[in-house]
Design a protein. Sequence first.
Length: 334
Amino acid sequence: MNRSFKTLMGMRILGWGTALPEKVVTNHDLEQTLDTSDAWIVERSGIRERRIGDSTAELAIEAGRHALERADIDPASVDLLVLATTTPDQTVPATSAHVHDALGLGGGAFDLNAACSGFVYGLVVANSMLGAGNHRILVIGAETLSRITDWNDRNTAVLFGDGGGALLLESVGDEGQLLAWDLGIDGSARTCLKTEVGGKIEMDGREVFKRAVRAMVDSATRTIERAKIRPNEIALIVPHQANIRIIQAACDRLGIDRERAAIVLDRTGNTSSASIPLAFADAIDAGRLRDGDRVLLTGFGAGMTWGSALLRWQTPPSPNEREASTRQAGGSNG
């Protein structure tokens, strides 16, 4: 079904931020405790090292603070926090309560769990909430997968890491930067990748690989078609950072040059809902985007969930430009 929900307001990106723990665990470190090798890990996943440490809240707070500082706005002017995570610090309350308090945000907050697709889910939800009347929303993806990783299982221990990434969004009185999106889930595949309460990650790697490529390609294709553009018009694809072979296969099937992919998994491993904002922020900081460029965010996760969002990049306005725009529109948000 082709879903197209129009609102009176759209979104624009004001700021971005990331957070990674200080502790680095390399493939050579894992060679000391597992029957594996750096060459084997790199060949099969593209991962060379990952970061381990901190709590989910700490990583979310750091990433969110960087986004707020980059945008130079009063945290109290943020109307909503959406925290995408599959590794909350506790069952109750939501980890977003800690993050909201630490950052001094206004409005409400909630956790969202769509596994590795969580950040795209959060972005789409935030866009809808901006259309419903919110002015500013902070979307964060943060994970501490090291807490649920079995470090004695060579098939999963080499894959996962911890990290956080954030985008600060603001409403605008037009279509905004989100041009099209697609979200979905196939619950029949929920046993392919799972963690029982109190347990560790269990994964059927071959089945996940097969389903992941198909899910990403199908979701991305629907999103591209809804935006009424061609794959070769996409300047940057920001895929979920799970496995370099999945990313390469998805790019090839979509007809998008591999060189246009944002890649950080060699340094971070799979950070679930944090992986897309980490890769997106890295590409922005590297100067890979120009105004008007189309950016495709796409991923898959346990569930099995999938999500894609097509953005039109626009350099964020300066504080003075925002103030002038607000005065012209008759607004009063700081």
